[in-house]
Design a protein around this ligand. Structure first.
Ligand code: ADP
Length: 164
């Protein structure tokens, strides 16, 4: 059985992420979406919120599971007994960082390999940062994130505005 990890921040999950999750879930037996718990990145959503949001948008995919993790990705992969890491590639700009990360991971864990899925052209421009930027100014985000995510994002933006 091939188990894979798709790691990321997912702050928040976008159609680009969901597309990678749906496609990866067809090529592996079991896919664990690993939500990175990294406070140094100052995420908009807590790791618990990101896990719940991902669970909601992947509930139609029976072989997909959502878990949070901290520390080294390869250690998390080993804990989960996963032999594959899945990453998405949008553009050349992603490539250099992704190549470096995958080679580092292979150096420290030679049994774990990284596979890349190239973005669906429809979502090549899309990132969580873009969604946050547009939502911050109350712009339309329905082309960027699943409909069920919109209330979470709007609520978070309201909280943020109240704070300042
Ligand atoms: P990170 O903080 O690791 O960059 P992200 O949540 O931004 O995490 O992304 C997780 C993974 O999803 C990365 O492999 C990234 O390249 C991929 N990804 C993000 N947005 C898209 C998109 N629009 N199309 C394809 N892959 C994407």
């Amino acid at each position: 059985m091939t188990k894979a990890i798709y790691p990321g921040s997912f702050d928040p999950v976008t159609f680009g992420h969901l597309d990678i999750i749906e496609r990866a879930s067809k090529v592996v037996d079991h896919l664990i979406v690993g939500v990175l718990n990294n406070s140094a990145k100052h995420p908009l959503f807590s790791v618990e919120e990101r896990v719940v949001m991902l669970q909601e948008v992947t509930s139609h995919l029976p072989n997909v599971e959502i878990q949070s993790f901290g520390g080294l990705l390869v250690d998390f992969a080993k804990q989960c007994d996963a032999s594959v890491i899945v990453r998405g590639l949008r553009a050349i700009t992603d490539f250099e960082y992704e190549l470096q990360m995958s080679q580092t991971n292979r150096k420290i864990a030679p049994d774990i390999d990284t596979i890349f899925l190239t973005t669906n052209l429809k979502y090549a421009y899309l990132s969580s940062s873009i969604v946050k930027e547009v939502a911050m100014y109350d712009g339309a985000i329905d082309e960027f994130v699943p409909a069920a995510m919109i209330p979470y994002i709007r609520e978070k933006m309201k909280e943020k505005v109240k704070k300042y």
